[in-house]
Write a protein that binds this ligand. Structure first.
Ligand SMILES: [Zn+2]
Length: 95
């Protein structure tokens, strides 16, 4: 069952309600009976999506950092991925 998060417009209390998607949304705060609004996007799906983006971004960044470290080359001023031709070395031609 999905969890829905609500916020009371009157007292600011936040609470989660387990309910079916077909259930009617809550309208009243259990504490003060004030009006509540459902926090759209507070559900697990949205959080997952958000953190997914974050992780992807974080990973690619740290990956670049790691590459810089490993290559030992001084970092260029601009952090742009430049395709540079690899000089072939240590590959002796067979005459
Ligand atoms: Zn309230």
């Amino acid at each position: 069952m999905p969890t829905y998060e609500y916020e009371c417009l009157k007292c600011g209390k936040r609470f989660e309600v387990f309910q079916k998607m077909t259930d009617e949304p809550k309208k009243r705060c259990p504490t003060c009976r004030g009006k509540v609004r459902r926090l759209i996007g507070a559900g697990a799906g949205m959080i997952f999506k958000g953190s997914g983006f974050y992780i992807t971004d974080y990973r690619s960044k740290s990956y670049k950092e790691q590459q810089k470290k490993e290559s030992g080359a001084p970092a260029p001023a601009k952090d742009e991925p430049k395709p540079k031709p690899k000089p072939k070395e240590g590959a002796p031609k067979a005459q």
